[in-house]
Design a protein around this ligand. Sequence first.
Ligand code: APR
Ligand code: PHB
Length: 390
Amino acid sequence: MARTQVAIIGAGPSGLLLSQLLHLNGIDNVVLERQSREYVAGRIRAGVLEQCTVDLLIEARVGERLLRERLVHDGFSLGFDGRSLRVDLKGLTGDSVSVYGQTEVTKDLMEARAAAHGKLIYDCSQVAVEGFGGDHPQVRYSHDGKTQEMTCDFIAGCDGYHGVCRQSLDAGALRTFERVYPFGWLGILAEVPPAMHELVYSNHARGFALCSMRSMTRSRYYVQCDLDEKLEEWPDARFWDELRSRLPLAVAEAVVTGPSIEKSIAPLRSFVVEPLKFGRMFLVGDAAHIVPPTGAKGLNLAAADVRVLNRALAEHYRTGRRDLIDRYSEQCLRRIWKAERFSWWFTSIMHKFSDDEFDQRIQLAELDYLGGSQAALTSLAENYVGLPFE
Ligand code: APR
Ligand code: PHB
């Protein structure tokens, strides 16, 4: 039977980054992915990296194109009540963030794994994880019409929110915490220069809007939408009109429109499981937690889990120590919950939840307060650039 040290389920950013870091530490691993390589490489997700994430990607030796092509942002703006409030990240925290699409992070990791002849198996079906409660975990999967089996020391569940690893656990083994929001984000990607050179998050009586970008010639925009809306109801012209109606005037006037090259609707959710370790299986990234995209913490949190797990496994294989492995859950969850809190809070002050004008006045008061309080703005900024690891 085939054998590896760490079986990694899922080749999203979590699985690929873990695979690459373990490889650099001399730890043998195999990645099993349900989708095709092309499908994984084409997925469009958020695009703001904390410096911690950039540092980890450099450590993983996939920082070269990132450092060349990223846009370093020293701040962003909050639009509300016809105003625009700049959050000076650099001035308030000393840190900046990097704008670089997750799609590009994924491609860089895929190339690095291929260059190192990493064992990545795409198009796997019926992946099953077993025996992780004991000393001999096993993974079964089907590939090219054949059933395969593999033994390993550890299983890393990097298989996202809909993955099989979490679903393989007994209901009594874990607790889940969840908040579903009554709206989604309708996003488009267009080959047009961004309206502003920094991101703009806008609170508006018609609903939230966000101006983001992938490069100086490619823009990513979002508007809050109802969950039952269909993409067919959103031709480009309607999207651009709605976007502009929700932005501060100067930003709206600077929006350059053009045909969309991608359009999608995503629901918003906060979700955490506890614990993250089950015997010899770990949950990593979206398999363990989801944040609403306001604040762009999803990929950064996933990278933070990978950082902790890689260090724990490296230490274990080098010295036989188990204590870092045993602390994986606790160490990750403290930071996860803080990012959950921030993403929930930022979502709650920026979106339209109801027609209740009391709620709207409270939101505007909070945004106005941010504008007048260095302390409040610093709190927002330090969460946005990413909290330190303890
Ligand atoms: N077997 C094998 N692979 C699976 C299975 C399965 N049963 N179920 C899911 N997968 C794969 C998915 O096809 C996907 O490629 O696991 C991968 C999980 O990737 P992501 O969903 O991207 O999760 P993660 O790598 O943790 O990424 C975290 O990326 O997805 C964003 O919002 C997320 O920004 C966050 C970051
Ligand atoms: C994006 O560029 O897709 C993006 C940026 C910031 C967010 C969410 C998404 O908060």
